[in-house]
Design a protein around this ligand. Structure first.
Ligand SMILES: Cc1cc2nc3c(=O)[nH]c(=O)nc-3n(C[C@H](O)[C@H](O)[C@H](O)COP(=O)(O)O)c2cc1C
Length: 194
């Protein structure tokens, strides 16, 4: 791949001071040299309604789909809500996944991070992998970044300061870089119409 690698980061939390958003910031800071990291803004995306979809797709959704399409890889940082991903994140994935035969997730490399409580978002990450697989994404499985007791890893300004966690994210992003380069040589899997 001659062109620069372009990565899109999506946070599953809209909260001001979100730990998961900060994981994305840390990931963007620790990317290997020369990678372009863009942050998706999902705050304006309405709740999915098939009626709205048939009339006009909102600009916020069109913009997100365009960002996904242009990206060489997607990084999602998700909290865990009741052992799954937040509805906010599922909603934007559902919007972007239609129409199925041209959905932009197909074949895209995906890295997942999560910061949560005692379970460290492993339940949410499992569900996200299931969704991503249904969309034909190529999922980086190792190293996992599942941060337990997130509040202990950030300082008073919300910055990720735990050195072990920062190193883990750095390792994951290095692995993701290699994963993207090998994934780009594979054939893109078309979405299966449902
Ligand atoms: C509705 C709701 C459900 C939650 N369920 C879980 C859970 O199942 N497991 C967990 O570890 N934390 C759970 N939490 C706590 C979140 O992981 C915690 O608030 C986390 O900081 C949210 O991520 P953020 O800082 O990026 O907003 C829940 C929080 C909310 C608001």
């Amino acid at each position: 791949m001659d062109k620069k690698i372009h990565i899109l980061g999506i946070s599953g939390s809209l909260r001001n001071g979100s730990y998961n958003r900060e994981l994305l910031v840390a990931a963007s800071e620790m990317m290997p040299e020369g990678i372009i990291f863009e942050f998706a803004d999902i705050s304006q995306i309405p709740l999915y309604n098939e009626d709205d979809y048939s009339v006009a797709i909102p600009d916020s959704v069109l913009q997100l789909k365009d960002q996904i399409r242009r990206a060489d890889g997607i990084v999602i940082a998700t909290p865990e809500y009741n052992r799954s991903i937040p509805g906010v994140l599922k909603n934007v994935i559902d919007w972007a996944s239609r129409p199925r035969n041209t959905q932009p997730f197909s074949g895209k490399p995906l890295a997942i991070l999560g910061a949560g409580g005692r379970s460290g978002t492993v339940g949410a990450q499992g569900h996200l992998k299931q969704i991503a697989a249904a969309l034909g994404m190529q999922i980086l499985l190792e190293p996992e970044v599942a941060i337990q007791r997130a509040w202990e890893k950030f300082d008073g300004d919300g910055k990720l300061v735990d050195e072990n966690t920062r190193q883990l994210i750095k390792d994951q992003m290095a692995a993701f870089n290699v994963f993207i380069l090998s994934a780009s040589e594979k054939e893109i899997m078309p979405g299966v119409p449902v």
